[in-house]
Design a protein around this ligand. Structure first.
Ligand SMILES: Cc1cc2nc3c(=O)[nH]c(=O)nc-3n(C[C@H](O)[C@H](O)[C@H](O)COP(=O)(O)O)c2cc1C
Length: 328
């Protein structure tokens, strides 16, 4: 398992269908679930909420919570279900999440967080990792961040994903909190330099191979969210340039395998749009992208879309491939 490049946990995006799709494009990136609240993991329909296909691995479960007992129970469940890692969310600033005492507001409670991590580490044998921000509200201070990280390290966490902007807990929407606070990569580099024994993963605003290479000179890995969700085939550049993989799949290969997965899933009762909505960006930046998007939105993204429409999709894919090859 490597954290060299991972795809960020994203609510309403990185569900199991999206992860299956991304895994068709990249074998080497680490994948994360959407954030799952401890209570839903414990009391909800486990297969529906936590189930995944073995092809998605290596896969981490991201959990939201601040109750030691619940968190340790979820860590054990994650291990038993075959997840490769359990990650605690210490970075989400949404109001609902704050009300339930998880996410970024936990940056104010380093002792509570380390107790939580300690009990998770003691209840499972998979790595317990943390995803946090560099600060919150008025606090963007190296000493505070380093103290927070040191406490978690002493509790048994060795891998930290750091979103290099602070969270504003009052007054900004979650979306604004992904753009407005300024990126500060230097503070993350400094954390790595101060803690060479820790695995430090950089997150926030990364969308180019060159940027990945630069962060990897200092950090152990990068985590990328929006740039991959919007342009999933960027993963092929990552495979080729960062992992030196040869013979990567074409978009056509990916579409073909996705349709096979769709056929199998539809028989099990999955809705067509629940899978195909994640594939909208497959032709991002290519000739034919508009046609692809239009076909998906006209035929495959309605609630009652049916599988028959999927068969025609390969004609569009093949036409797109032809045009793009002529241009290249
Ligand atoms: C739609 C969306 C949903 C997100 N959901 C989560 C989440 O469930 N857990 C989490 O830790 N971060 C979540 N994030 C934050 C991302 O994991 C990531 O930290 C952030 O997008 C910055 O990385 P990027 O600039 O590469 O997108 C979400 C971001 C987006 C855009």
């Amino acid at each position: 398992m490597t954290h060299k490049v991972s795809v960020a946990p994203m609510m309403d995006c990185t569900d199991r269908h999206d992860r299956f799709f991304l895994r068709l494009i990249s074998k080497n990136v680490m994948l994360y679930s959407e954030m799952i609240a401890t209570k839903s993991a414990i009391h909800g329909d486990r297969k529906k909420i936590l189930g995944f296909s073995p092809e998605e691995k290596p896969l981490a479960l991201q959990v939201g919570g601040s109750n030691k007992k619940e968190l340790s129970e979820v860590a054990k469940i994650a291990e038993d279900m075959g997840y490769d890692e359990i990650n605690i969310n210490l970075g989400c600033p949404s109001k609902k999440v704050q009300k339930n005492m998880f996410g970024a507001c936990l940056m104010k409670e380093p002792d509570l967080v380390s107790e939580c991590i300690h009990s998770m580490v003691n209840s499972c044998n998979i790595p317990v990792t943390a995803k946090t921000r560099i600060g919150f509200d008025d606090i963007e201070d190296f000493n505070y961040l380093n103290m927070f990280i040191t406490k978690m390290k002493n509790a048994g966490c060795k891998t930290f994903i750091i979103h290099a902007r602070k969270a504003i807990l009052k007054g900004l929407t979650p979306k604004q909190n992904l753009n407005i606070p300024k990126l500060n990569y230097k503070i993350v580099y400094k954390i790595k330099k101060e803690n060479p024994d820790l695995e430090i993963i950089m997150n926030g605003g990364i969308s180019k191979i060159e940027e990945i290479r630069n962060h990897l000179k200092i950090c152990n890995g990068v985590m990328i969210g929006r740039a991959i969700y919007q342009n999933p085939y960027f993963l092929v550049d990552i495979e080729r340039e960062i992992f030196n993989t040869k013979n990567n799949p074409t978009r056509e290969d990916v579409a073909e395998k996705l349709i096979k997965y769709l056929e199998k899933e539809v028989k099990l009762g999955t809705k067509v749009n629940h899978i195909m909505r994640h594939a909208v960006g497959l032709y991002h930046g290519q000739v034919g992208s508009k046609k692809w998007k239009r076909y998906l939105s006209d035929n495959m993204m309605a609630r009652d879309s049916d599988f028959q429409k999927a068969k025609h999709i390969m004609t569009i894919v093949q036409n797109n491939e032809k045009v793009n090859q002529t241009i290249a």
